[in-house]
Design a protein around this ligand. Structure first.
Ligand code: MD6
Ligand code: FE
Length: 220
């Protein structure tokens, strides 16, 4: 068999993604990555990442913070969007301009125009993960969510419309942008694991051996 033909057979086929799940591999280049990451340092100074509590009083493993008018928060009262950092009492800092414009352009390519007012920031250590969930605290599910990955690779689990539906693994790498929109918006999803040592470069906004995920959305 010709070498080229063999290489073709063994190359990773691009996974066929369901309707409403758009994955742009390597969408954010090194320059734009640094611009967004540098801006995130300003977000962290104004709204330091913290560990959320769930209803039972247990802490989640990842640290989180927010930017935009609204920030997603959880404590013993449950989940909701709030307009200030819970420890500081100050409004969330604005969504960095470079992040917002990257989110708008990716969403527009999916035919999903929106006006973001929230960005949930998830900081994963090497042992970080995120349970299977649906994002359902937003006022309108026809608005997309645009997700940015920086740092180490994540094994992302994409499920269906019901929690028990089968999940497919997707690798999310530094610079990848994923949009959940339309029929894909309410699919269950989570992060199974982080693959330490896979980040293209270190940056102070990315946890050491970990990953930074930014999900830009409209909450209200
Ligand atoms: C993460 N992402 O990639 C977690 N939610 O770390 C999400 O939970 C998510 O990627 C809504 C839409 C897209 C996402
Ligand atoms: Fe989510």
């Amino acid at each position: 068999m010709a070498a080229a033909r063999q290489a073709e057979l063994f190359a990773d086929p691009p996974p066929a993604l369901p309707d409403g799940v758009s994955l742009f591999h390597g969408r954010i280049g090194p320059r734009e990555s640094r611009e967004i990451l540098d801006a995130m340092l300003g977000v962290f100074a104004a709204a330091p990442p913290y560990r959320l509590k769930i209803k039972t009083g247990a802490y989640v493993i990842n640290r989180m913070t927010n930017c935009g008018a609204w920030g997603w928060h959880s404590d013993t009262h449950g989940y909701r969007y709030i307009d200030a950092h819970p420890e500081r009492g100050t409004p969330w800092p604005p969504i960095p301009a470079a992040l917002e414009s990257a989110a708008l352009s990716a969403a527009a390519e999916c035919g999903a125009a929106f006006a973001p007012d929230a960005c949930l920031v998830n900081l994963y250590g090497a042992d970080g993960r995120l349970n299977l969930h649906q994002d359902h605290d937003e006022a309108d599910f026809t608005w997309p969510i645009v997700s940015f990955s920086f740092g180490a690779d994540a094994v992302f689990a994409l499920g269906g419309g019901k929690r028990r539906d089968p999940v497919v693994p997707l690798t999310l790498r530094h610079g990848d942008v994923m949009v959940l929109h339309g029929a894909g918006r309410m699919r269950f999803h989570g992060v199974k694991k982080i693959v330490p040592g896979t980040a293209p470069f270190a940056h102070p906004a990315i946890p050491e051996s970990g990953r930074l995920n930014l999900t830009v959305r409209r909450a209200k």
